[in-house]
Write a protein that binds this ligand. Structure first.
Ligand SMILES: [Fe+2]
Length: 405
């Protein structure tokens, strides 16, 4: 799986460090690749450099015996510090009992319900019952949002392009609700409003032709003009479906207004844009930047935060950007980091407001092995271990499957 051919850059060659001489008996605990050709005393190649250790042990069960016969007691291993997507998902599952994650059934129901509302609106122009049901789902989601500090790990990952709009709606709802809870702690009504507003924010896209909505590439300027109609169209459909809360309607209509720049549809600026629409704008852009689409790779959460930070005061309200920084942190949950002792883990969140020293779920110990027991280390409580570098960013971790077939 994902093996490099000779023509591709060999990942084990990219770093000169992390080579360990591993006793044969310990080899099964290591992930990584053989760091140099292993030859028999008469010069026959026993193990070529770059062989994947777990794959070799599985496909050649007798290999350790053979190596021992040739008096090879230690094997140089280029320890892997990468975490595959599969391993990341395993980490998420292991984290779950230790940290609070969003109830996946709740997330699934919200996604289904958004889809239901969209399909009704595209056929009939309104969805009164669908929206009432969605409002109840939003209340349940909002209760979860305030109790789930690892909200970023709960954001849905888009697998198929046609599901983007619905999963994006859930993500914007979760993030908007969470930003609201940071900006106004204890204001449950605001969290509820923002969660529901997030679910509905792109409602007008139900009226955008699918060939424009799901176009696998950048839109032409004419197509973009059509796409822009979703802001007003969304408000019209929401009103037709019985939504009369002005806060929600402002999210739907004004989430593309920009603090100090030209947005649409009304060209509002600064505080003339409602707080609700300003929160949704930040959540919307963060999720769009970090989403994987057919025409672009996902941006790392850290890069998305920096980009939004640069637009603080121009595109976005600085107070809300600060709330994003507090909730997402400098090492956002989901970032794979290498620590100063060469162990590797996944950031799960920040405690004690120290953005540089988050909590890390260890997945590879300093010797390159998987720890025997799941361990979360709080870097704000240990003085002598720090983050050396971030290796990757799995960002959004959860795949919500719409159809269990
Ligand atoms: Fe939008």
């Amino acid at each position: 799986m994902g093996e490099s051919s000779a023509a591709q850059a060999a990942p084990w060659e990219t770093s000169g460090e992390n080579v360990r001489y591993v006793p044969l008996d310990d080899l099964c605990h290591y992930r990584g690749r053989v760091a140099e050709d292993i030859l028999s005393e008469d010069g026959a190649l026993l193990l070529p450099r770059g062989s994947d250790i777990p794959a070799i042990l599985e496909s050649m069960p007798g290999i350790t015996k053979t190596l021992r016969r040739w008096n090879r007691e230690f094997i140089p291993v280029q320890v892997s510090s990468d975490i595959t997507e599969k391993e990341f998902e395993a980490v998420l599952r292991a984290i779950e009992p230790k940290t609070r994650m969003l109830d996946p059934n709740l997330a699934m129901r919200a996604i289904h319900q958004v889809e239901e509302v969209y399909s009704r609106i595209s056929e009939d122009g309104n969805s009164r019952e669908g929206i009432e049901t969605l409002a109840r789902e939003a209340d349940r989601l909002a209760r979860e949002v305030v109790q789930t500090p690892q909200i970023l790990l709960c954001l849905g990952k888009v697998k198929d392009s046609d599901e983007y709009t619905f999963i994006h709606s859930l993500n914007v709802a979760l993030l908007s609700g969470y930003l609201a809870s940071i900006l106004h702690p204890g204001d449950e009504e605001l969290v509820k409003t923002m969660t529901f507003g997030g679910l509905l924010h792109d409602l007008g896209k139900a009226k955008v032709p699918p060939e424009i909505l799901n176009k696998p590439g950048r839109l032409t300027s004419e197509e973009f003009e059509v796409m822009k109609t979703h802001a007003i169209q969304g408000m019209v459909s929401a009103v037709a479906s019985g939504v009369d809360d002005r806060r929600i309607l402002s999210v739907v209509r004004n989430h593309h207004e920009r603090w100090g720049e030209d947005g649409y549809p009304d060209g509002l600026k600064e505080n003339r844009i409602s707080l609700f629409a300003r929160i949704a704008a930040v959540a919307d852009v963060f999720d769009a930047l970090t989403a994987k689409r057919v025409y672009k790779d996902p941006m790392r959460s850290r890069e998305a935060v920096s980009m939004i930070l640069e637009s603080s005061g121009s595109s976005f309200d600085g107070a809300i950007v600060r709330a994003l920084l507090v909730s997402v942190g400098l090492y956002p949950p989901g970032t794979v980091v290498e620590l100063s002792d060469y162990s590797v883990g996944v950031v799960t969140g920040v405690r004690n407001k120290d953005l540089l020293r988050p909590q890390v779920f260890l997945s590879v110990d300093p010797r390159g092995r998987r720890p025997d027991t799941p361990t979360i280390i709080d870097l704000s409580l240990v003085g002598n271990i720090f983050i050396r570098r971030s290796l990757d960013d799995m960002g959004k971790g959860v795949v919500y499957r719409r159809d269990e077939t």
